[in-house]
Ligand binder design. Structure first.
Ligand code: HEC
Length: 290
């Protein structure tokens, strides 16, 4: 018995001794990865009665257009979507003017040269780069991802004990929490903080406390006062990040408000139907022994 015990203890000590220096060396080289607990925010489109705030979407579009579109695209969106109900609500003239600012590949002319034309409302958003290779060359190999579905493609890690899981699930269900991607995106845009002491990052990358691994190719895109709003809303970094997140949240699901409204009516309908069925059952069975 004692021999087994000593062998086991010896094994454990050996393991510890072999792992500990390696782990320490690794930490000294890279520094600790920062685990930032992303706060949960209130978005107008959260919950059962969610909707997008038109003024906020307009401001968010301005941020997207003036800043993000220098590197990213929204390839799944077409310009006419900007004029649809539930969205930023641009007039047909405004949509035409926005679309006309880009050049779209049309084909080849008589001499075989590439022919371009001004964009139309039915065109999809045009990326600044010809293709991913051109973008990768500009950012040391990293490609700015298409942002059409980004608020759906990202989430947040929440720290809780395993036994809290049912509680978290119940709370998410009750509050219809589906804005994890928005919370992540907003935190990412605010996440460019000073490099902690002792932490090193690769050349050409930027430190961000939210991005997994804490270093990414995107330089801090937004800062206080970067985008002029013109509607009296203070253009702080936080506000700009919230507005562009709202815009990208809408872009990922332009018919969200309609869907949620329909959901409420479906529940009302089902409740009325259930009441009627109960009543008719009472009437039909009133003379029958049961
Ligand atoms: C100067 C170019 C540039 C600008 C401007 C820019 N980005 Fe980026 N972005 C990048 C690059 C490059 C990456 C890829 C980073 C990587 O993989 O290391 C990226 C990645 C991202 C990601 C993905 C992060 C992840 O979790 O994978 C999001 C989201 C994003 N950008 C949002 C935005 C938003 C919103 C704006 C406008 C406010 C913006 N970006 C402006 C270059 C840019």
């Amino acid at each position: 018995m004692t021999t087994i015990k000593t062998t086991l203890m010896g094994l454990a000590a050996g393991l510890l001794l072999s792992i500990a220096p390696a782990a320490a060396a690794e930490q000294a080289a890279a520094g600790h990865e920062e685990h930032y607990q992303i706060p949960r925010l209130k978005w107008t489109w959260g919950g059962i009665f969610g909707y997008f705030d038109q003024q906020q979407l307009r401001r968010g579009f301005k941020v997207y257009k003036e800043v993000c579109s220098n590197c990213h695209n929204l390839g799944l969106l077409s310009y006419r979507n900007l004029g649809e109900p539930g969205g930023p609500g641009f007039s047909p003239e405004e949509v035409k003017a926005i679309a006309a600012e880009v050049q779209v590949f049309e084909g080849f002319d008589e001499q075989g040269n590439i022919a371009m034309r001004a964009g139309r409302p039915a065109d999809n958003f045009v990326w600044k780069f010809k293709n991913a290779k051109e973008a990768a060359a500009a950012f040391g190999g990293a490609v700015p991802p298409d942002l059409s579905l980004i608020t759906r493609a990202r989430g947040i890690e929440r720290e809780f004990h395993w036994y809290e899981y049912p509680l978290v699930m119940a709370k998410d269900l009750a509050t219809q929490y589906q804005e994890q991607g928005a919370d992540y995106l907003h935190a990412l845009l605010l996440g460019y903080v000073d490099l902690p002491a002792g932490r090193k990052i690769a050349d050409g990358l930027n430190y961000n406390r939210v991005f997994p691994g804490n270093q990414l190719a995107m330089p801090q895109p937004l800062s206080d006062g970067q985008v002029e709003y013109g509607d009296g809303t203070p253009n702080t970094l936080d506000q700009e990040a919230k507005d562009v997140t709202a815009f990208l949240g809408w872009a990922a699901e332009p018919h969200l408000a309609e869907r949620k409204k329909m959901g409420v009516w479906v529940i009302v309908y089902l409740a009325v139907l259930a009441g009627l069925l109960l009543l008719s059952k009472k009437v039909l069975w009133r003379n029958i022994e049961h």
